[in-house]
Design a protein around this ligand. Structure first.
Ligand code: KIV
Ligand code: ZN
Length: 526
């Protein structure tokens, strides 16, 4: 995608540093707290993603947190590590000790700057806060060269006091000034110019790096971060999937893709490995048990899906008609056009061709009529249903395997027992498999696995309720890894175990078909 920009295309781009706080501020999201070993997994992925700075937690908060930060500092020698601390000696000591092994590190000190926080939370006067900032920045500066300072709730602070507190921090050696919109209250047109006024209004203000840290209470975190960048900020604090307190932080993937997609207009660039974005989002969502909204920009399930027949038709002719970014470049699987009642013949034919089936005109018409009836009934026509319809329209067996029957005993006993009957289209056979597991789904998957000729490792299951009430249907999206590739299957049913089992069979079918196609190609080549 090329976006015309007459102003900046020949000028060198400003490098924006991505400061990731998923493991610190992100973890402050209700219910998102992680075990140390989970933090380490995420930190490794953040390093692969190419973030410039990782804030791995709050070292003073617990021994487990301290150890996780220590290990991340030791292991990730290519990434700058940030120790987070209040303006309190014990916090600084813990942050210094936890990040000791980092190849590059900084300290990040913060203190409230708004009057409401001073009066009701800190119960300190402005002069007392200035004294704390001076003494603690000076104290921390003995240990590190890079010192970041954040006046918390800056966007709701009196500008006079904000300038005073920032000047005090710079005087004592702060090298990075982070201006947070802690409550997500600012508007872009006021937040951006604040950076210019701080830089110009503070002694030493032209010698430091500016950073921004925006919360998303009004849905403006990305817009406010972009405004800060336009006014000179070269560091942006973000979290993966936008996780964080309340409505969360500025979402890494949204900000980065705004900079990637409109970088020419903004005259900036980042060092992010865009192809790692989707994987990172999935790992964080899974580890934090934090589902992603369907319509979440970039990483939401619908972000690159098109249901309208007009859009699907345009896309299949040229993707740029209705896409401003290339999902594959971010590691997002392409096969995600949603088929429903708005879908046209072109999209249906395309999806069927993806399963290696070519339809005559007559078969296509028969399929189209059945498809529209099903779409009215189900809203979304998932792959397993689509393949059944293709089978009805063509008398062909396009699904290598189909789930015929499933029985599972769930209860308070430790082991769940299941029995699953699978139809194999190649020879028309039906076999029943039995298995057990700690939960009913595990028991069912253990049965299905026995029927499959491929090794399909169950990677992920997402369950969504498609309506409310007792008779709600559940949609299951399952991904499996086979031969190093990821295959997805979806299915909908009122019984969520059945939906998950069908989705698993559908994902395995994808792996089987891919294997057969590869074999056929090899045979053709001789
Ligand atoms: O939101 C906030 O103000 C913060 C700071 C401590 C940087 O998380
Ligand atoms: Zn924050």
């Amino acid at each position: 995608m090329t976006i015309d920009n007459k102003n900046t295309s020949n000028t060198a781009k400003r490098r924006i540093h991505i400061f990731d706080t998923t493991l610190r501020d992100g973890e402050q999201a209700p219910g998102a707290s992680m075990k140390p070993e989970q933090k380490i997994v995420i930190a490794r992925q953040l390093a692969r993603l190419g973030v410039d700075i990782i804030e791995p937690g709050f070292p003073i908060s617990s021994p487990g947190e301290f150890q996780a930060i220590e290990q991340i500092s030791r292991e990730l020698q290519g990434t700058e590590i940030c120790g987070f601390a209040r303006c309190v000696k014990a916090d600084i000591d813990a942050a210094v000790a936890a990040t000791q092994a980092a190849a590059r590190r900084r300290l990040h000190l913060f203190i409230s700057a708004s009057q409401i926080h001073l009066d009701f939370q800190l119960r300190k006067t402005q002069d007392q806060v200035i004294d704390m900032v001076r003494s603690m920045v000076a104290y921390g500066k003995q240990f590190v060269d890079q010192m970041e300072f954040s006046p918390m709730d800056a966007s709701r602070s009196s500008e006079e006091f904000l300038l005073r507190v920032v000047e005090a921090a710079i005087d004592e050696g702060a090298t990075i000034i982070n201006i947070p919109d802690t409550m997500g209250y600012a508007l872009p047109e006021e937040f951006g110019p604040l950076f210019t006024r701080v830089r110009e209004g503070v002694r030493g203000g032209d010698k430091v790096i500016y950073s921004t840290h925006c919360h998303n209470d009004l849905g403006l975190a990305v817009a406010n971060s972009l405004a800060a960048i336009r006014h000179g900020a070269t560091q942006v604090e973000v979290s993966v999937n936008g996780v964080g307190e309340r409505a969360g932080n500025c979402a890494l993937e949204e900000l980065v893709m705004a900079l990637e997609t409109r970088g020419e207009s903004l005259g900036v660039e980042t060092g992010i490995a865009v192809d790692q974005i989707y994987e990172t989002s999935r790992i964080v969502s899974r580890t934090m048990h934090f589902p992603i909204a369907y319509n979440k920009p970039i990483v939401g399930r619908n972000a690159f899906q098109h249901e309208s027949g007009i859009h699907q038709d345009g896309l299949l002719k040229n993707r740029n008609t209705y896409e401003i970014m290339d999902p594959e470049a971010m590691g997002i699987p392409r096969s995600m056009i949603i088929l429903g009642k708005h879908s046209g013949r072109h999209a249906i034919k395309h999806r069927v061709a993806e399963f290696g089936v070519e339809l005559s005109e007559h078969e296509m018409e028969a399929l189209y009529i059945r498809f529209k009836e099903k779409a009215d009934e189900l809203k979304i026509v998932t792959d397993d249903v689509m393949l059944e319809l293709v089978g009805e329209a063509t008398d062909a067996h396009v699904q290598p395997f189909a789930l015929v029957d499933l029985q599972v005993l769930a209860g308070s006993q430790k082991s769940r027992i299941a029995s699953v009957t699978i139809h194999r289209s190649e020879d028309g056979s039906e076999n029943t498999y039995t298995g057990s597991g700690e939960g009913p789904l595990e028991a069912v998957i253990n049965c299905i696995r026995q029927a499959m000729p491929v090794d399909a490792v169950f990677e992920d299951l997402e369950l969504h309720s498609l309506s409310t009430g007792e008779d709600a249907s559940g949609e299951a999206v399952v991904s499996v890894i086979s031969g190093g590739e990821r295959y997805r299957g979806t299915a909908i049913h009122k019984d969520i175990i059945l939906a998950a089992a069908r989705a698993y069979v559908s994902a395995c079918n994808g792996a089987v078909i891919a294997g057969r196609n590869a074999e056929a190609q090899r045979a053709e080549l001789g």
